[in-house]
Design a protein around this ligand. Structure first.
Ligand SMILES: [Zn+2]
Length: 325
């Protein structure tokens, strides 16, 4: 038995030794293999790194550049023109009247503010389409005065014709929208110094247009003549765009129009005297108003075809409302 026990113990001891040796060999081989693996060149090593590793270079090196370069170009935008264009328009129906219809039977809407005996008139959109920002300005002024009726002096009534050429506005917000539905330039159709055609040097030439069959041939002009003759406004502004400045109505000069232009130029950046392109402006509204009705009248050209210059035209409005010939 003793001899047998001793043999069994020897066998177990040898077995343990063999297991230990086998484990050592196994660890050794594993060490060699992993070392070999580390030393082997691995061109795709970067792709095998776990996500989010700080050594994933592409994101870190690309992001700072576009952010830094985009930021300066974004800065001009946070301060848009301070007009109340976002405010929902409040237009009491009692203030609105239809003074006539366009060739295509669209209404010509006039909004009234104040109840005083001295009438002032603002006309927008006589050149439709690409001068549509004048209509947007009229809408902003209408919305503003609906919220601030106290801005109208007690002796004054202000009338705003928001769009004299709704057919042009409906056709296109572009050069194709300039004329009415008869292809007549509504600022060439007034029955004073009227011409069907004119020398185009220095004038608008982007589409063929006419002054109409005769002075006052167009429905829009007829409606506004009837309204002006009933209203007898003490002063008139006709809004256009863009850029040429403030034109006093009158040919020959009408001094009261010049004084109104000077007063408006003091509170605005619009060029006065206006930029002279050499154009012969026949049959236009403000010359007709000044020379045939003795109404001080000016054309104001907004800065471009997009902006309403609202803050600037609020100052113009205040001067216009308090102005006396
Ligand atoms: Zn115009």
């Amino acid at each position: 038995m003793k001899k047998n026990l001793k043999g069994i113990a020897t066998t177990i001891w040898i077995g343990n030794l063999l297991v230990i040796v086998a484990l050592l060999v196994a660890f050794y081989l594993a060490g060699i293999l992993s070392a070999a693996a580390r030393n082997q060149p691995q061109p795709n090593a970067a792709l095998n790194l776990p996500a989010g590793s700080p050594t994933r270079t592409p994101r870190a090196t690309v992001t700072p550049l576009p952010q830094a370069s985009l930021r300066p170009s974004l800065t001009p935008w946070p301060t848009p023109s301070p007009g109340p264009s976002v405010t929902p328009m409040k237009m009491p129906p009692a203030n609105r009247q239809v003074i006539g219809y366009s060739v295509e039977k669209r209404p010509l809407d006039v909004y009234r503010f104040g109840r005083g005996p001295l009438n002032k008139l603002i006309v927008a959109g006589i050149h439709g389409g690409y001068e549509h920002n004048t209509v947007e300005l009229a809408d902003e002024l209408i919305a503003y005065l609906s919220d601030h009726p106290e801005q109208i002096p007690t002796d004054t009534s202000l009338f705003i014709l928001r769009d004299l050429n709704p057919d042009g506005s409906a056709r296109a917000i572009g050069v194709e929208g300039r004329t009415n539905a008869n292809n007549v330039d509504l600022n060439r159709n007034w029955p004073y110094n009227w011409k069907a055609d004119w020398d185009r040097d220095g004038c608008w030439i982007w589409r063929p247009v006419t002054g109409g069959e005769y002075g006052g041939s167009e429905a829009e002009v007829q409606a506004l003549i009837a309204f002006i003759d009933a209203l007898k406004p003490g002063a008139l502004i006709s809004y256009h765009s863009a850029a040429l400045g403030i034109f006093p109505g009158g040919r020959p000069d009408f001094p009261a129009s010049i004084r109104l232009a000077e007063a408006v130029s003091q509170v605005s950046n619009y060029p006065y005297p206006p930029i002279d392109t050499g154009c012969d402006y026949t049959g236009n509204l403000t010359d007709w108003a000044a020379n045939t009705r003795a109404i001080p009248a000016i054309d104001i050209e907004l800065t471009n075809h997009r902006d309403t210059d609202f803050a600037q035209n609020l100052r113009v409005l205040q001067v216009f409302l308090s102005w006396r010939p």
